[in-house]
Design a protein around this ligand. Structure first.
Ligand SMILES: O=C(O)C1=C[C@@H](OP(=O)(O)O)[C@@H](O)[C@H](O)C1
Ligand SMILES: C=C(OP(=O)(O)O)C(=O)O
Length: 431
């Protein structure tokens, strides 16, 4: 496994590129495909480590999932009540989505299961799901009173509930919706800002009785879900690295094909356009209930802006690379309302302030965000990913604008969401 990478500045990026399938949609396709009746074919599935953790968990619960030569998955659904008790602990690896969504799903199964994860995931907060699930009658135990994994779940009957989530989190919302499939009455989740709605879209696509309204979503208990064909679009969170790379590298023009532009995910486009970025969505279409486009991006003179409010959940995973754009933009960028960044794979506010600071960027941490003073160029240096895929890839993009070589340590983590990131970057960069 490659543990470090060296990046030198690029003279420009050009050509066409695709990015791997959407991680969030890939997770959900395995979950719903396994719970559906009949077959589900998943095209464009992301073969990253996080999604493989979900895949392995469902195989361990008896679901037959075939991988075709083209990477597509054929899932032989077991129905809502067809999973079997896993003999061993289910390892969610680095994936918060796997652990939190599965905690909801397993709460409704008539068996016992244990979820664990890697050193980073075992540090992340879980009460945000275990507490509301307990209100539904779930029996879950974990370290620190249910706050940290491993989590032990004795599944059983659940009560429908109305839950007002204090945070805009698709993982919290989705955990409750999946539990709600098994409840004795409707389950409603309210959230302060709309988080990504892939669960709502895919549950409806598989035939669930679900109603969304301003501020929330209600799901009814289900007799059955039906297998479907799912085409997973390219992940906008992966495309974001190439958007910023082209925007900050003079002379660049890049076409990124087949990117999911679901409005609950496209905050990064809005942010970068507000900074003066020239990004044009072309050929907009809908695939398997999700909006998709090709993104044409050209080098632009970026300027600092203020970012907060409901834009934050719409770009939550893109702040590390947005901070790179801000570090070389003209003027000041202020990111607020983004406290959630502190409880991702690592504390992404602290990590970006430390690592970009090593390259001479001028940024300071705030409790709920960052203040970034842009400057013309960055310097070379040695930086670390903190074991976080998005930090590793963001620092690679920063390296494209550095005056000297940037060595990034601890880069194997990019396999979490973007296994061939380095090869795809090489393909479109020049100089
Ligand atoms: O539901 C999902 O697929 C995800 C939701 C987000 O997390 P939160 O729900 O914690 O905001 C996001 O950061 C994560 O990468 C994927
Ligand atoms: C936060 C992320 O994922 P997860 O919560 O699933 O680990 C991410 O991919 O940036």
């Amino acid at each position: 496994m490659v543990e470090h990478r060296n990046i030198t500045s690029a003279s420009r990026l050009s050509g066409e590129i695709t990015v791997p399938g959407d991680k969030s949609i890939s997770h959900r396709s395995i979950m719903l495909g396994s719970l559906a009746e009949g077959e589900t074919l998943v095209r464009g599935f992301l073969h990253g480590e996080d999604n493989h953790a979900t895949l392995d968990a469902f195989r361990a619960m008896g679901v037959r999932i075939e991988e075709r030569a083209d990477g597509a998955l054929l899932i032989h659904g077991h129905g809502l009540h067809g999973l079997t008790e896993p003999e061993d602990v289910l390892d969610c690896g680095n994936s918060g989505t796997t652990m939190r969504l599965m905690t909801g799903l397993l709460s409704g199964q008539a068996f016992f299961s244990v979820l664990t994860g890697d050193q980073y995931l075992r540090r992340r907060p879980m009460k945000r799901v275990t507490a509301p699930l307990a209100l539904m009658g779930a029996r879950i135990q974990g370290r620190d009173g249910g706050e940290r994994a491993p989590l032990a779940i004795q599944g059983g009957s659940l009560i429908g509930t109305d839950y007002h989530s204090p945070i805009a989190s698709a993982q919290v919302k989705s955990a409750l919706l999946l539990a709600g499939l098994y409840a004795d009455g409707p389950t409603t989740v309210y959230e302060p800002h709309l988080s990504r709605d892939h669960s709502e879209r895919m549950l409806s696509f598989f035939g669930a009785d679900l109603r969304t309204f301003a501020g929330g979503v209600t799901i009814q208990p289900q007799p059955r879900l039906s297998g479907r064909e799912v085409a997973v679009p390219g992940d906008i969170s992966s495309a974001a690295f190439f958007l910023v790379a082209a925007l900050i590298t003079p002379g660049s023009e890049l076409l990124i094909r087949n990117v999911g532009i679901n409005p609950t995910r496209s905050g990064v486009i809005d942010i970068l356009q507000a900074m003066g970025g020239r990004i044009e969505p072309l050929n907009c279409r809908e695939v398997s209930g999700e909006p998709v486009a090709d993104l044409l991006v050209r080098h632009s003179d970026l300027r600092g802006i203020e970012i907060g409010g409901d834009l934050v959940p719409r770009a939550i995973d893109e702040f590390p690379v947005v901070s790179v754009a801000a570090a070389v933009a003209e003027g000041v960028t202020v990111i607020r309302d983004a406290r959630e960044l502190r409880v991702k794979e690592t504390d992404r506010i602290a990590a970006m302030v430390t690592e970009l600071g090593k390259l001479g960027a001028d940024l300071e941490a705030r409790e709920d965000g960052m203040v970034i003073h842009g400057r013309e160029t960055l310097s070379g240096g040695r930086v670390d990913s903190h074991g976080d895929h998005r930090i590793a890839m963001s620092m690679a993009i920063a390296g494209l604008r550095a005056a000297g070589e940037v060595r990034i340590d601890n880069t194997a983590c990019t396999a979490t969401s973007f296994p061939d990131f380095w090869e795809r970057l090489e393909k479109v960069r020049h100089g």
